[in-house]
Design a protein around this ligand. Structure first.
Ligand SMILES: *Cc1c(COP(=O)(O)O)cnc(C)c1O
Length: 233
């Protein structure tokens, strides 16, 4: 096993713990999802051997190929999670492959997932991706549209929303990310006061996961800080 991966994973865990303790949170409340897009099956196996259990992929086809190679070889507790923009025509495959889909942002997509999950005899766990102000482009429901979307998804039987996910509009601007993460938590708290149960807050990437933990993240999605630089985003 390469020492490099083991060391970078333990360094990320340490930073998560310190960030949690700085704000009086229990470090065990925060899960590490290793973002494995572009990472080979061999290296993914090293990360799992080093203790990682949540694996995030952003392309359905790429995930399919890796899962085919690794399937049966990994502990049952490993969970594959879809973190990329999901096109409707890939929804069926995504339901087959992923324990959690973090990028639900429309009722159309939710209905498709629900139908395929029903066919597959499963209840699909999802997060709703929220788009915070800033960039025009990019996936995610607007904060204003969130409650209606949650109500609509609430009518469906084979999909369950466990929380919210966001990608900050300008992750490269440090002063921008903290208010963004805080906003997502406030949006979540507001929705919970309306009766929705949304325990999971997926926010924070390599450059800003400590800030995200300070602001209430329950799951951070870390790629390059573990595996090194990627060729594409
Ligand atoms: C690629 C990606 C990440 C990880 O990014 P890093 O900066 O490499 O940690 C996290 N979340 C999403 C949605 C991604 O696409």
């Amino acid at each position: 096993m390469s020492d490099h991966i083991v060391e970078s994973i333990s360094s990320v865990y340490k930073k998560i713990s310190h960030a949690a303790m700085r704000v009086g949170r229990d470090p065990l409340e925060v899960k590490l999802l290793a973002v494995t897009k572009t990472v080979s099956p061999e290296v993914i196996r090293e990360a799992v051997d080093a203790g990682v259990r949540l694996l995030g992929e952003s392309r359905v086809q790429e995930a399919k190929e890796k899962i085919a190679v690794l399937d049966g070889d990994l502990p049952d507790t490993v969970s594959w999670q879809m973190i990329g923009n999901l096109q409707s025509n890939k929804a069926k495959l995504a339901v087959q492959l992923f324990d959690m889909i973090q990028s639900v942002d429309s009722v159309d997509l939710a209905r498709k997932i629900d139908r395929y999950a029903s066919e597959a005899g499963k209840v699909q766990r999802v997060l709703v991706q929220v788009k915070l102000a800033g960039r025009e482009a990019g996936s995610g429901i607007s904060p204003e549209g969130l409650i209606v979307l949650l109500e609509e998804i609430g009518e469906l039987h084979n999909i369950v929303v466990e929380g919210l996910m966001t990608i900050p509009p300008f992750p490269e601007i440090p002063e921008d990310v903290r208010p963004c993460f805080r906003r997502l938590r406030e949006i979540r708290d507001g929705a919970e006061r309306k009766g929705f149960k949304l325990p999971e807050l997926s926010m924070g990437m390599s450059g800003d996961f400590e800030v995200a933990v300070e602001e209430g993240a329950t799951m951070v999605r870390v790629g390059s800080a573990i595996f090194g630089r990627r060729l594409y985003q």
